[in-house]
Write a protein that binds this ligand. Structure first.
Ligand code: SF4
Length: 208
């Protein structure tokens, strides 16, 4: 087996843990995995139209529409007019929905335990590898655009000589290491294309 196939097999096994946990929670909460994903997405990113939710979780609009209709029926989500276009509706999470989303957003203990088995160097290397893979998938259009450090206006890659914490986040004005590279940050502000390329080049050069 090639190294690539080996890594793909490993990732598939990790995906299996996440899928089985999603189904276990679906059974426990009465939500389908897609409904659970939409609820968590709305809590983490705020009110949105169905189309934007569908893009964010990479499902078709009809699938997102069916799932949100079920969430509305169950009282976890409400439709309200979009302030930017009163003819369109935005999805808002109700108080009950917010409580449920808190439980759903917790990562499975088994997965957290497995990550804890990595030493700090392995953790940093793994995080950096994930950033590279996710960016590559994004570039191929295989997954939606993510709110990652490497595409953020606040990111200053390899700005410090400290090998353990070489990067800088201008938003919190603090240095951080590879293990803390964010893949979905609430404070992310998309950099323009030339800044993203410049950041990526600096990030990659030091990684080489
Ligand atoms: S604001 Fe968030 S995404 Fe942007 S550099 Fe800081 S930690 Fe990374």
């Amino acid at each position: 087996m090639t190294a690539n196939a080996n890594i793909a097999t490993g990732l598939a096994k990790l995906g299996m843990v996440l899928r089985s946990e999603a189904w276990r929670r679906a059974e426990a909460t009465g939500l389908s995995p897609t409904q659970a994903q939409i609820l968590v997405q709305l809590v983490q990113r705020g009110p949105a139209r169905v189309g934007a939710v569908a893009d964010a979780i990479a499902v078709t609009q009809p699938t997102a529409s069916d799932a949100t209709a079920a969430l509305v029926r169950k009282g976890y989500v409400k439709r309200r007019p979009d302030p930017e276009d009163a003819r369109a509706a935005q999805l808002h999470v109700t108080r009950t929905g917010r409580r449920l989303a808190q439980d759903l957003a917790v990562w499975p203990d088994a997965l957290l335990g497995a990550i804890a088995a990595l030493d700090p160097l392995e953790e940093a290397a793994f995080a950096k590898g994930l950033v590279k893979m996710i960016r590559a998938l994004q570039e191929r259009g295989a997954i939606p655009v993510q709110r990652m450090c490497v595409s953020c206006r606040h990111f200053r890659p390899n700005a410090h000589s400290d090998a353990a914490r070489p990067h800088h986040c201008a938003f919190v004005d603090a240095a951080f290491g590879d293990a803390a590279l964010r893949l979905d940050c609430g404070e992310h502000v998309a950099a323009d294309a030339s800044l993203q390329l410049e950041s990526w080049t600096r990030f990659k050069e030091a990684a080489a």
